[in-house]
Write a protein that binds this ligand. Structure first.
Ligand code: SAH
Length: 354
């Protein structure tokens, strides 16, 4: 079938077959403008020109895991490790609040130093001091009771990318002690508890096939997450994958559009990885259907150390500069930053069933 017609059918919420979706991912098909514009029509129908801000606080780069693609894996002896204290995290929030942030995302490696009690203490203090803000956690795989404890302390959102939905592909990216079914189980636990859940995957990770990407889309259709974060895989010298090439900008943008059309209600960030692979990557992401940006709120002294991949952007600027820079970028792409808490608009859910 003509690819332009497929795009229109996706707009009209027809569930495309695997083969049809692969056609949309085929880079020899010159469909970029049609796909991006159609996705933009959908995002404007659901979210207008609003772009939501999330202040990202990368509070530890210690990690007990050894994911083969990631620069802060425990096996990287050259990484310079750091941890932020509760007071430092709270002062990032204070600075962020003054800059208009109403969501704080606490992300880190899986660092046992931060016990459940300590995470709960940090979360409840942020919740107490900034009651009109949403607290998002992104600290990896935990037990259901730990997730419940963080939720009871005041966390309302959780980001945990499934990374790849295909079990065999997952095995190629991770050591044996990490398990794809366990990671998916965590996502379902988070949903059961009542979190707004974010998942997602890397585009162009080593050994990834187009079929793997279709599995990712199918998994997301089952999970129905509120937030979907994707970005290109980017190499890091001090990993076993140092010789693999970066993921593709265009494929990432196409997938953002496809996600917007398949999950019109979703909060989809134009990620830092997208801004790293191309100077205007985040603007392109917004125009392809993304509606969230996540400027860095970490202290400048630690930013370079949270190095998941090489050449990460925004590691030198103060938080206020990042905020201003992003505001200009969002405007130049034709959208506007709003400083509301920015919850998902799932009330349209009834029209989403394929
Ligand atoms: N420990 C947390 C946070 C992980 S870092 C967790 O387990 O969820 C956040 C995301 O960065 C990861 O989920 C992964 O998708 C992405 N990431 C890691 N290394 C990367 C790389 N080399 N290139 C692009 N993205 C990467």
């Amino acid at each position: 079938m003509e690819t332009e017609l497929l795009i229109e059918q996706l707009f009209n919420t027809r569930d495309l077959s695997d083969g049809e979706l692969i056609q949309l991912l085929d880079e020899s098909n010159p469909i970029d403008d049609a796909l991006f514009q159609t996705a933009d029509r959908k995002r404007r129908a659901f979210y207008g020109d609003e772009v939501y801000l999330r202040g990202l606080i990368e509070f530890t780069n210690y990690c007990k895991n050894n994911c083969y693609y990631c620069g802060i894996r425990c096996g990287n002896r050259q990484a310079e490790r750091y941890r932020l204290s509760k007071e430092e995290i709270l002062s990032c929030c204070k600075e962020g609040y003054a800059l208009g942030y109403r969501t704080f995302v606490l992300q880190g490696g899986e660092d046992p130093f931060y016990t459940d009690d300590l995470i709960c203490e940090i979360v409840s203090q942020i919740h107490h001091e900034f009651p009109d803000c949403a607290i998002t956690l992104s600290i990896g795989e935990k037990s259901k009771s730990s997730y419940q404890a963080y939720f009871d302390a005041g966390a309302v959102r959780y980001l945990l990318r499934h990374e790849t939905a295909d079990g065999l592909h997952y095995r190629k990216l991770h050591p044996d002690n990490l398990n794809p079914d366990h990671r998916k189980q965590c996502l379902y636990h988070l949903k059961e508890i009542g979190y707004q859940v974010g998942s997602g995957f890397m585009v162009g990770s080593p050994y990834q096939t187009k079929e793997n990407l279709i599995s990712d889309l199918r998994f997301l259709q089952q999970l129905k997450p509120d937030m979907i974060g994707i970005g290109p895989y980017l190499r890091h010298e001090q990993t076993p994958f140092a010789s693999f090439k970066n993921g593709s900008l265009i494929l990432t943008l196409r997938l953002i559009s496809i996600l917007r059309l398949m999950f019109p209600y979703a909060l989809i960030p134009a990620t830092t990885a997208l801004g790293t692979i191309h100077p205007n990557g985040r603007e392109m992401g917004l125009k392809a259907g993304a509606n969230v940006v996540m400027p860095n709120l970490s202290p400048v002294s630690v930013r370079k150390k949270y190095s998941l991949y090489e050449n990460k952007i925004c590691t030198g600027e103060e938080s206020a500069q990042c905020r201003g820079c992003l505001e200009r970028r969002v405007k130049s792409a034709g959208y506007q930053i709003v400083t509301s808490v920015g919850h998902v608009k799932k009330e349209f859910d009834h029209i989403l069933e394929f």
